[in-house]
Design a protein around this ligand. Structure first.
Ligand code: SAM
Length: 245
């Protein structure tokens, strides 16, 4: 059988492409991409001729079957997404599971990932963390999800679209009260910014500056103290995110 490579690509800064990713993409018979036009730009930048096939949320059943046929016929397939690691809030997990099921070897080629990049510079605990990714679009479902994570002691990691950041911070405030929070914006890009403070100060920051770019929202886990550690975080509340950057 062929091999399925799961290839990480930059989340903004092209210098974050790894040598190994370039090498594997050059070698692969097929490159399966979420958005072939987007990936073509990346491939062109690194002089990768690659044959692109489309694999995204809406064709993953059919396209996945076709890719498995290629893999079973001994061809090599490299999966990339628009940014970061495939299968992380991006298509890929189904294909990986199917490939394993059919005895195809799956090899990860690690690369940038927005959540981990945000976490390591957030200042929040990194010893235990929970990646939640995108909340459901539906407000009630989003609130239910937040309620489920309320007593989770690990740092919580979310992805959010710019136009929804404000609403999401409000829901978090309702669900958990105020807690330490970090907004990581435009990671690896020219206007990279970390706003470190509390959920309410981050909310003020977004309201004042407008939502711009792509965000990771990181929130401290439950402190385990009754009242949700409100006394503990009091000194943070005094700081605006800008002062804390
Ligand atoms: N697979 C990607 C990864 O490994 O990080 C995530 C893809 S997901 C569809 C896109 C979301 O990731 C964005 O809405 C944003 O929340 C986050 N993201 C991606 N690039 C980012 C960046 N440069 N800065 C901040 N957040 C980013």
């Amino acid at each position: 059988y062929g091999t399925l490579y799961i290839v990480g690509t930059p989340i903004g800064n092209l210098d974050d492409m790894t040598y190994r990713a370039v090498h594997i993409l050059k070698e692969a018979t097929w490159i399966a991409a979420e958005d072939t036009r987007q990936s073509r730009k990346l491939l062109t930048h690194f002089d990768i001729p690659g044959k692109l096939v489309s694999y995204h949320e809406h064709n993953k059943g059919k396209s996945g079957e076709a890719l498995l046929d290629k893999l079973l016929a001994g061809e090599t397939v490299a999966l990339v997404s628009d940014a970061g690691m495939p299968a992380i809030s991006d298509p890929g997990a189904d294909l990986v599971a199917e490939a394993i099921e059919r005895g195809v070897s799956v090899v990860p080629i690690p690369g940038p990932n927005a959540a981990l990049t945000a976490l390591v510079a957030s200042g929040l605990p990194t010893d235990a963390f929970t990646f939640v990714g995108f909340l459901p679009r539906d407000k009630r479902k989003a609130s239910e999800t937040l309620a489920r994570w309320k007593r989770q002691p690990a740092t919580l990691l979310f992805y959010e679209a710019p136009h929804r950041v404000e609403a999401t911070l409000k829901l978090m405030l309702e669900a958990w009260g105020d807690r330490r929070c970090v907004l990581a914006r435009e990671l690896t890009k020219r206007y990279e910014e970390f706003a470190r403070g509390t959920i309410s100060s981050c909310l003020k920051h977004v309201e004042a500056n407008g939502p711009m770019g792509e965000y990771c929202v990181l929130v401290e886990g439950d402190s385990g103290i009754a009242g949700d550690g409100e006394d503990e975080i009091a000194w943070w509340a005094e700081l605006t995110p800008a002062e804390h950057v």
